[in-house]
Design a protein around this ligand. Structure first.
Ligand code: OAD
Length: 247
């Protein structure tokens, strides 16, 4: 912790790359944790591809509205807040997230969303953005079917604004993520299983350009043999910020 706190004090550009483990402390489920992960309980082939949406738009829309409702009811946790606090102390901080919630932003730090957002729906046919209304219907449990709204321009169905399996990452966030990884001197990887590409390339890019990479996760696994590993929950980020900069 002391060594990494020192690197934090000296860093010129810090990147924090977050995954579902960061929002789990706000009560938002991860994807792959045993028993509780979304992809342990639901089939991504039925919910997370363009083909699945076209096959059963109401099932998909209802499921994403259920998730969006959960996010709207959640609050940023101490990790989101510690990351926002860190921005006040380091010369430059870029946060790149795979999360599709808005908890970093609500904690006060803008982020690069690699996988889109639950809060930015758009037309599946013409791509026009659609304003997300407050979720309605009985969303107290998953599995409620909800007819998606229709596009004002072309009458196509409105789809969730998240990246699905088989889709490209949106260009601008992906380019910004690569630029950040290539130009930072300290890179944190927090609460992600690191199995979804191309996002999982970012820490490897940072290592490749000589940055120090710090991996925080309660489950021990390596992304390379060169990163520092802090085993424990994402709240280690709060402890590190305190260690480096005090209150
Ligand atoms: P995963 O569910 O794959 O991984 C979550 C990671 O968080 C695991 O490695 C856990 O050990 C770790 N974790 C759990 N609790 C934690 C805590 N309190 N503090 C820190 N870490 C904790 O989620 P992601 O890696 O984010 O794609 O998943 C990547 C992508 O796969 C997601 O963005 C999503 C999914 O398909 C889209 O939505 C497009």
């Amino acid at each position: 912790m002391k060594l990494i706190a020192k690197r934090l004090q000296e860093a010129k550009h810090v990147v924090v790359f977050t995954g579902a483990g960061v929002s789990s402390e706000s009560g938002i489920p991860t994807f792959r944790d045993a028993l509780t992960g979304l992809w342990e309980r639901f089939d991504p082939a039925q919910l997370a591809t363009p083909e699945a949406f076209r096959a059963d738009p109401s099932l998909c829309w209802g499921w994403y509205e259920w998730r969006r409702q959960k996010v709207l009811q959640a609050q940023p946790n101490e990790v989101h807040l510690a990351i926002a606090e860190l921005a006040k102390h380091v010369s430059k901080l870029t946060v790149v997230t795979q999360n599709v919630d808005d908890l970093h932003e609500r904690a006060g730090k803008g982020v690069i969303h690699l996988h889109g957002s639950l809060h930015s729906p758009r037309c599946i046919d013409c791509g026009n953005a659609h304003e997300a209304a407050l979720p309605s219907g009985d969303l107290s449990k998953h599995g409620c079917r909800l007819e998606p709204p229709r596009c004002n321009s072309c009458e196509g169905y409105i789809r969730p604004g998240v990246v699905w399996f088989g889709e490209m990452l949106p260009d601008a966030p992906w380019t910004a993520g690569l630029t950040a990884a290539d130009s930072c001197d300290l890179f944190f990887l927090i609460g992600t299983s690191g199995v979804v590409y191309p996002a999982a390339e970012l820490p490897l890019r940072a290592l490749g350009t000589g940055a120090t990479v710090v991996h925080i996760n309660p489950v021990r696994f390596e992304i390379s043999s060169q990163e520092y590993f802090l085993q424990g929950p994402a709240s280690a980020m709060q402890a590190l910020t305190l260690e480096a900069f005090g209150r």
